[in-house]
Structure formats: structure tokens, C-alpha cells
Design a protein. Sequence first.
Length: 364
Amino acid sequence: MIDTLTTIINEYYRDYDVYKKLENDVREIITTLIDVNHIKISNMTLRIKSEEALKNKVISKAKYEHLDEITDILGCRIVTLFESDVDRIFSLLEDTFEVVEVVDKRKKHRVNRIEFGYTSLHVIVKFTDSRCELVEYQKYRNILFEIQIRTVLQHAWAEVEHGLGYKSYFEPPMEIKRKLNRLAGTLEILDEEFESIRYSISLYNASIDKVEKVLKTDINKDSLIAYMNTSPVIQEIADAVAKKHNYKLMADPLLISQQKLVAKLNAQGYQYIHEINDDIEKHKSTVIAIGNEISERINYDSPDLNLYSTVHWFSFIPVIINLVAGHGGSSEEVSDDLILETFIKNNMSIFDVFTMRRDNAGDD
């Protein structure tokens, strides 16, 4: 044993500079992989096993004769924010290095999940033959090194468990085992919940990006349809009226052509979708009031409410604003509260505006 240990330690110092260079190259390669694929991680650390740690391993294992038989002289640990990124990074490593061995210690891959303990993905790799054809990598041929990938919560468990001084080769008392099981289960749930929240946020951000793109377009039939199909405020208005009158929502874009909504909005000074969106947001209560009053006064044959009716209702807002401004207000300062207050004060129905509009058109 002493002769073997001496041989391995001598090989260790003989090859130390090679491992040091390997450490830098592996760091650069993996960092590039993570950055290029836009993966956010908590941290990544690399280390060369110390002489003391190497001696302890050789003595405790009693099976090594040469340094190149030991697979973790160089070790890399990647700590991810999310568990799905563990598998993403592993896939990238498979494409980059030659994978010699995979040890998956994550509980989700065990048959018996009702147990606590260390969870991580360990991969033993080496540089591929093709990469070792390059002059700068020839010295790494057949050198094995270990990469560990785990989430920040799995890492926290490993660090705390190590700090507890628990000896894993002994069966712990049942009370301690129960507590450890509960903690391990909690961390696993947290990992899953963070993953779920991340997915929900990605869907939300994608929907926001889509809405933002639509808002910047000019008003035409297609952009109006896209806006109404994705706008939260349009959906809110339609839901409010449908709920009050027990309508079932449907969407028939034919109404846009029938009511000449694009031409009507353009004539009222609207050129871009964001302009009508801003005013719909500002006068949401009045648009809902218009929708409710039309629903009460017109006897629809169908129990359905067309989603596209909301913009038709909105098209009356400029007329109402002019009417309210004529009662002593400024069109730029007309709010929902002022509109509704004016109608109540003058004992007028919002529906009267439609009649006034037709009468005025007849006078012209």
C-alpha cells in the first residue's frame, strides 16, 4: 500500500501542471456552453483534489494503483437555479465531451423515493478523440474528470447535511430519519414549485411580448383582430357584460367589416392600436356601461355576445366625450367618473347619445 500510495503521489505532482491547465480549459468550455445557451446558474466551481484528500481516498478505497484510475482528480460542480437546467446542461455535456459514466443520485430517478439523502447528477467525462487531435488538447487524452450538476436547493441540502456531521453508513434513529425525510421532501417540493412558477412566468412573458408587438402596429382589420384576441382589458369588458346578461362569449370578426370599425376609428383620429388601447383602459367603465345599456335595450335573438362588440361600443366614446365637454368640460380631461356623473346629473341615458348622433347626422 505504501509503495502504491507513493507512486500515485509522485504521478500527482508530475501531472499537476497538466491538471491545472485542464481546469482552466474545462472552465472556459463549460462557461461558454452555459452562456451561449442562455442558461442562468447559481455558480460553478472547479478544484484539483488536494494531496491530503487524494491520500485519504487511495487509502480508504484500497483499489488504485495509478493516478489515471482516479476519476475526480479534477472536479467541477455546477449549481443551477432550476432542476430542468440540470438535464439541459447534461445534454450539452454529452454533445461536448465523451461521457464515460453517469451516476444519477436524484431521488426522482430512484425506485424507492421514500428516503432522504444526497441528490445530484454525477458525470465522468473525458475529452473526445476529435478534440484531442488539436495540439492544445493532446495532453488531455484519456484523462477522466468528474462534473457534478445539482440545483441550488439540492446543494443547500448537501452542505447542511455535511455540516450536521451525520454518518451516512449508519442507520439514523427513527425520529431523526423522520425529520430528515420531511426536510428532504420540502426541498423537493420547492424545486418542483420553482420550476412550475418559472414555466408560468415564461408563458405570461410570451403573452406580454405578443401584446406589446400588436400595440405598436397601425390599425387594420388583422391588427384589430390580433389585439382583441390578446387584450386583457377587452376580455375584462366582454366578461363583465356577458356575466351580467348571461351571455355566452363568442368571437366573430365579421362585425369589424359590418360596422366599418377600422374606418370609423381612423376617422376619429386613431392610427395605432396602442392609442385605442390607452383610451379603452381610460374609459373602461363607460364602455361597460354602453355594453350593458345596449344589451338591455336591444332584444338579441342569440344568447351569444360577440367579443368584437367591445370595440364597437368603444367607438361611441369620442361622441360621448364631445357631449360631456360641451357641458363644461375639456375633452382632454374627460374621465369615466366625469362621464357617468354628467349623465346622472342631466338625467340622461348613455343610450341617448346614439339617438342624438343619428339626429345630428340627419340634420347634416
